[in-house]
Write a protein that binds this ligand. Sequence first.
Ligand code: NAP
Length: 519
Amino acid sequence: MTLVCVPLPVHALDEIPSLLARASRVAERGAEIIEWRIDPLLAESSVDAALHEETLDALAQLIRDCVLPSLVTARSVAEGGQCALAPDDLFALLGEIGSLQFPPRFIDVELAIIERLGRVPCVRSGGASLLYSAHDMQGPPSSLARIYQRMVEDDRCAVAKIAYRARSVRDCHDAFELLALRAKPSILLCMGEEGLATRVLARKFGAFLTFASEGDGLESAPGQPTIDLLKRQYRCSAINRATEVFGVLGFPVAHSQSPAFHNARFAECARDAVYLPLPVRSDWESFKATLTMLLDDVALSFRGASVTIPHKEHLVRFVQERGGEVDTTTAWIGAANTLVVRSDGSLFATNTDLPAACSVLADAFAAPLRGKRIAVFGAGGVARAIAGGLAEEGARVSIINRTHERAAQLAKELSSAGRGVVTAMREDAIACNPTGCERFDCFVNATPVGMTGGPDPDGFILPDSAPLDTDTVVFDTVYAPRETPLLRLARARGARCVDGMTMFTRQAELQSKLWLECR
Ligand code: NAP
């Protein structure tokens, strides 16, 4: 059983009633233990005797009246907290807290202070147990295994906790390994976005507890998920040793819609699986090393991934180099967004963007795409998949891109295999005199123009004079916002519109089907 622990900071003694109410609310949302972070109270280097007594009385009330068991922590500045008390004074206070009539379940004591003083806080028999902790805010400590060993070998240590910043998803591996070999109740956590897997999968690897914040912006350490995300989206209470792991590899992935979609789908289908955002830096070596780690860690049960910017080409290369299968169309366009790990361990890569885009357009036309004249804006990964897919369906595709040379190169590559005809076109060919320019049945935006937080959120790719009417289909692959400036313009001119969320959902459904079929 892995407990879900919510840290609540204690800033002032008159906050006790409101803190108790907050603890009750997080208990209703699934918290099982509260970490009272008392270091904000101890940010001065000394506490006078009167205040010491007052502090102790208030904390006694907090711990006694809390609906949940307590862990009391006074994190030092050196390890990422605010406690400025001298080590002797801190241990004296922790000893008194741990010896209260109704003591907390645990008090956190930092290994570095224990080793500096050569002793632990003096706690009465039957008082709080000691949770030894060590933190590295920079990265994995080079002596991680030795630090853990020192905690494990000390009989006074009831729970061993080590937290360090993950510089890459690969850094989670050491935490998983130590947990798998644990010799006493242990907590091995990685901080930062790259460390989320250690927090969500704590139960899979038998961690004693995992931390979750009360809400957005209330994290006590970088990368802590909210309790609602941990309990509802990731269903952390259902995770067990056999739970399969999926994820989205890319950069950035923090705002990806895929974890919400796929975790909900796994829940609906009662599949024992969880789907995580897995940020991977843009170079091939990082991608290769991360995916290799995920696949080679047998205990992780990694069964598949969505792959997004900038790794779609890398996935094709990776699967080919490992002797896996890449379907013919995906190999032709050279970009994959889906990895399936079959039950025999073999790999299969495909691109669900392509059939998703073709099918949403066929629905919008209510007709086959053969012979349709389609302008695709952009020459990146999504444009490549859409232009290739449409050409294969027999559409007449023109690629238009800010950097015309990239459009020309892509058109050449896609046409050379003889699977369809793709040309490159300059933007002004659309804005020309309507009598002189070619008519398009459909315009597709495969650039980030119009995307919230993107390079040109208010822009749209079509020139004002572009011919649009009720027979024209306008498809914007951007899905945030759902109604982009391009779709607003197109709707106002009576064109038929397809939004990016429709494509996103369809490509995600195809991924989900592949994973659900492959047990
Ligand atoms: P990418 O590989 O980075 O390519 C981006 C393309 O957009 C390039 O051709 C680039 O032109 C062009 N571009 C970038 N900024 C521009 C600007 N300010 N003005 C004009 N052109 C610009 O990206 P991608 O993977 O193809 O993704 C493109 C978009 O597709 C994403 O932003 C996302 O919104 C959307 N998308 C949607 C779905 C879905 O399921 N609906 C899935 C994935 C992506 P240059 O060649 O000149 O740099």
